[in-house]
Design a protein around this ligand. Structure first.
Ligand SMILES: Nc1ncnc2c1ncn2[C@@H]1O[C@H](COP(=O)(O)OP(=O)(O)O)[C@@H](O)[C@H]1O
Ligand SMILES: [Mg+2]
Length: 318
């Protein structure tokens, strides 16, 4: 069973006269598997928060099919095993970290004893055990997000929905949050991670959906999204030569420090190039597919597939 299944979901916000109707989600389909970190990526206004709110039953889809834990979001039971860290949250400042966990636990109907046991596990998990009795108002943004992660985990959810968890967090804080996400994943939980920060998602997500203007542009593994099609780096004793690769096989696009870079017509070309090099008695040390960052891949996708006349993103909304 998929933890989350979304099929052809449309969400139209009916606003006042001036802005008219906004299609925040346009035929969105995706699914999230057990123990998967699923990144939802897209620029501000793409529809990421809207999709998360639809899953959590905070807002209703205009049309389409949604299930969370096999249940409709209209069914409160669908949220029993779900944790949530909203974007731009404001936790009550006068509470301490442990106070926030107690509040979150009580809202889930947990007993004081259950909350205590769970908090003792969660505070070290998010690296906040030393700060449990400090008031939230004294926390850095990164600490506030980490205690936010802990409150999202209080009821031991199977799915954790995190909306921009590293937004506004400094670089060290971001690394700490990333480590917490890894630990959450190791516990077998599924994570839906909304972010407009690609490098964040690249390092933790298994699969990514790229959303722009309410449409899913692509759903794929980070591995696939970041491997350039049919470009290979050959580490070999080529010197500064350009090989006479037959055009039907491909071409050498560069001489590199340790060899060359080639662009091939098909994967079989790798064998052909190796044969060519060996015939010339050139030593080969490695053949590696050329990687690009998720950011490059993302920009190419958005650029290629941007639909003219699509709905406008709503200014500062995110
Ligand atoms: N409650 C709302 N009423 C009207 N429009 C909204 C509302 N919430 C979001 N929107 C609009 O829907 C679009 C998607 O927003 P959102 O889901 O917040 O995107 P993201 O989280 O990717 O930044 C934007 O154009 C935004 O202005
Ligand atoms: Mg958002």
């Amino acid at each position: 069973m998929n933890i989350v299944s979304v099929e052809n979901v449309v969400k139209i916000y009916h606003t006042g006269m001036k802005r008219g109707n906004i299609t925040a989600l346009n035929e969105v389909s995706l699914s999230i598997d057990q123990a998967e970190i699923f990144g939802l990526l897209g620029p501000n206004g793409a529809g990421k928060t809207t999709l998360m709110k639809v899953l959590l039953g905070i807002t209703r889809a205009t049309s389409g099919g949604v299930t969370v834990m096999g249940l409709s979001p209209a069914d409160a039971g669908s949220r029993e095993k779900v944790g949530y860290l909203p974007e731009n949250h404001r936790f009550p400042n006068h509470l301490t970290g442990i106070g926030l966990l107690e509040l979150a636990g009580r809202m889930c109907g947990m007993s004081n004893a259950e909350i205590k046991t769970r908090a003792d596990e969660l505070l070290p998990l998010v690296g906040m055990d030393k700060w449990a009795h400090t008031k939230i108002r004294k926390y850095s943004k990164g600490m506030a997000q980490r205690i936010g992660l802990a409150q999202a985990l209080i009821n031991d959810p199977d799915l954790v929905c995190l909306d921009e968890p590293t937004d506004g967090v400094d670089p060290v804080g971001k690394i700490e949050i990333r480590e917490v996400l890894q630990r959450i994943k190791e516990q077998g939980k599924s994570v839906l991670l909304n972010s407009h920060l690609l490098s964040e998602v690249e390092s933790v997500a298994d699969r990514v959906a790229i959303l722009s203007k309410g449409r899913v542009r692509r759903v794929d593994t980070v591995k696939h999204l970041t491997s350039r099609q049919l470009e290979y780096e050959f580490e070999a004793e080529i010197g500064d030569r350009f090989l006479d690769i037959p055009p039907e096989i491909g071409k050498q696009v560069a001489v590199t420090a340790n060899g060359m870079r080639v662009e091939l017509k098909s994967r079989e070309g790798v064998t052909h190039i190796i044969d060519m090099l060996r015939q010339r008695r050139i030593n080969i040390y490695a053949v590696t597919p050329v990687k690009m960052s998720l950011e490059q891949s993302f920009i190419e996708l958005i650029k290629d597939q941007a639909t003219p006349g699509g709905q406008q993103s709503g200014g500062g909304a995110s």
